[in-house]
Design a protein around this ligand. Structure first.
Ligand code: SF4
Length: 628
């Protein structure tokens, strides 16, 4: 048990500040492996909030534990690309060699096994986090070695055998087995960037107004998926009065299948941080916060080191770039595992030390955000792109992409292809071209934009009575192309935050892919809205009924109608939680039709024998109705 004085030291370090509750909980959880009720009471007494408020935060995030865990805690990624690359065998191996099952701690207290959603390693699955270190490309053989080494008492660092990944993954402050897999570079990733050159050589020629105007002229739109015009957001932020203004870099990329921000932070962190400084100059902000997802904790030391170098070189601090009165600094806030924190207001709640529940809007963060101050939230890629635009000019930038979607987009490509990884392509690139780039063959479907996006196929199947669906479900607001793979990445056709997952003809799209996505949404709902809390479960059960051969056409209409109900949810998570089922009905209707029964036949899907099987095991009785 940890000495009370050690917990007090942590509280003192964070100045007994309730807004630093995440840091306090992270530090205690790191130190002793859990945050118990007694610890929560102690925190509450010191920071001046109720123990219930501390519990609310401590029980919300995946990586906080209320009770002691193992000496080694293994979080195995259960995303669909992990499943496609041997997750089941690796999971079985962990259970076999660690002597416990997932969700439990081994009797000797050595191993805790846990499932977790996508950890941002889809190009090198199966992957797991063991005591904050990432292990990629796992196999049952590697799991055996890991278990042996852990039993021998090796540290997480020693478990890696210095088998580090490329680029900065091998940096002394990172030391990760992760690989970048950068496959295609264009204007953002090209090696022509001189760190902080805009700050040193150009900033003095600009005013905040001319920076905003240049970004507006470039038509840069947010790269997180929503696509809000960046220049306009900066203008709104600048206009709002406040004692402080805040720039937040949203590095909480949790959409399964996306990992581009991980690579930007690993190899282009100067570009991202310079983007934060430029955004601060434009908006008149004095405080910068980078919210880093817990799964990327292995980058924290490296990124803090980068910030220290910036401070030494006066790229942070007072009078930055020689501009009198331009004072700005950046702090990195670590998350603790919650997909919903990618939503900007949930992220702000988390930054304030609370549960990551989205706020009602308005007011929007630019009016009232972090601690009530005007807050501008930008995606990692958006900030990196802004620097390139300012250095070369909006006119240069407008030479890339399409009329309504200028520039390039970073894609995270994974699944059934020869070359998964990061591709920087111009907006307007077709899915067909992308599939050729990454060496995909025998393709059945492509998931664009992660589980909240769209599942598209080679052919158009909507001649099979999708009229009801067509009335209201327009995934991108466009006519459906005759051949989906000729559709283009763009804000007017296929908008995307960057996740592209490919499924070949051997995949069970409904039973494997769609069910995995529905499990993800069920797990990640914050539970605030009854629609989002319940409908994904009900829809998943209905899909299971269809998969079990008990479905009728009415069940498909139920799914469509329930999908509409979900749209009433408060935030994007709930609003898109039905998309895996809806877009698969829309584009793969034949898979549903193959499994349903005739129109006239009604089947409740209830199987009495199956329902009683578990109970029967307990009472050791024969089937009650076997004589029927
Ligand atoms: Fe929470 Fe879901 Fe409602 Fe969003 S939609 S606020 S995640 S319950």
């Amino acid at each position: 048990m940890t000495e009370k004085s050690e917990i007090n030291q942590i509280l003192i370090k964070f100045e007994n500040n309730k807004n630093r509750l995440m840091d306090i909980l992270l530090a205690i959880n790191d130190m002793q492996g859990y945050v118990g009720l007694e610890d929560m009471q102690s925190i509450a007494d010191h920071v001046g909030i109720s123990v219930v408020q501390v519990q609310e935060t401590a029980t919300f995030y995946h990586f906080f534990s209320p009770k002691p865990q193992g000496k080694y805690n293994i979080y195995l990624d259960n995303s669909i690309t992990a499943v496609m690359n041997g997750h089941a065998e690796v999971k079985e191996a962990f259970e076999h060699f660690c002597g416990t099952t997932f969700g439990h701690v081994s009797k000797d207290g050595l191993f805790g096994l846990y499932n977790t959603s996508c950890i941002g390693m889809n190009d090198q699955e199966p992957a797991a986090i063991i005591n904050n270190k990432v292990f990629t490309n796992l196999t049952p053989y590697r799991v055996k070695n890991l278990a042996d080494d852990m039993r021998a008492g090796k540290s997480p660092d020693e478990l890696m055998y210095e088998d580090f990944g490329n680029g900065n993954n091998a940096h002394p402050h990172v030391k990760a087995m992760v690989n970048n897999h950068i496959r295609k570079k264009s204007i953002i990733l090209r090696n022509d960037y001189e760190p902080f050159r805009f700050l040193t050589s150009k900033l003095k020629d600009y005013t905040p107004e001319t920076v905003i105007s240049e970004i507006e002229a470039s038509n840069l739109r947010g790269r997180g998926g929503a696509g809000f015009p960046t220049g306009l957001k900066w203008r709104f932020g600048r206009r709002t009065d406040g004692k402080h203004r805040i720039i937040i870099c949203n590095a909480d990329e949790g959409e399964p299948g996306t990992f581009k921000d991980r690579v930007l932070l690993t190899e282009y962190s100067d570009l991202v941080f310079e983007g934060m400084v430029v955004a601060a100059f434009a908006t008149g902000s004095d405080i910068g916060l980078l919210y880093l997802r817990y799964e990327y904790k292995y980058l924290l030391r490296f990124l803090n080191h980068k910030l220290e170098v910036m401070r030494r070189n006066r790229f942070l601090g007072n009078n930055i770039g020689g501009v009198e009165g331009f004072d700005f600094d950046i702090r990195i806030q670590l998350g603790a595992g919650a997909y919903v924190c990618g939503e900007e207001s949930a992220l702000i709640e988390s930054l304030e030390g609370k549960r990551g529940e989205p706020r009602d809007k308005p007011p929007f963060p630019v009016e009232k955000g972090y601690l009530g101050y005007p807050t501008i939230v930008n995606n990692v890629e958006t900030l990196a792109t802004a620097v390139k635009i300012l250095y070369r000019g909006a006119e240069w930038y407008s030479g890339f992409g399409t009329k309504d979607s200028l520039g390039t987009k970073l894609l995270s490509i994974s699944g059934d292809c020869l070359y998964p990884g990061i591709y920087e392509v111009e907006w307007g690139t077709t899915i067909r071209e992308i599939l050729a780039m990454c060496g995909a063959k025998n393709i059945q479907a492509v998931q664009v934009g992660g589980p909240s996006g769209m599942l598209i196929g080679m052919k158009d199947f909507h001649n099979m009575d999708n009229s009801e669906l067509m009335k209201w479900y327009k995934p991108s607001g466009m006519m459906i192309a005759e051949k989906f793979f000729d559709r283009k990445l763009s804000y007017s056709d296929l908008p995307t935050g960057g996740s592209i997952m490919i499924f070949n003809n051997s995949r069970d799209l409904l039973g494997e892919v769609v069910m995995n996505f529905m499990d993800f949404f069920i797990e990640e709902s914050c539970g605030s809205c009854s629609t989002c809390r319940n409908m994904p479960i009900i829809m998943k059960n209905k899909l299971q009924k269809i998969l079990d051969g008990h479905g009728t056409r009415e069940d498909i209409y139920d799914l469509l109608n329930w999908g509409k109900v979900l749209k009433a949810s408060r935030c994007g998570l709930g609003q898109t939680a039905g998309n895996p089922i809806l877009s698969s009905i829309f584009h793969f209707r034949h898979l549903y039709e193959q499994r349903i029964q005739s129109l006239t036949h009604f089947d409740s899907g209830f199987d009495l024998e199956k329902a009683m099987a578990k109970t029967r095991n307990y009472v050791h009785k024969k089937p009650a109705f076997h004589h029927f």
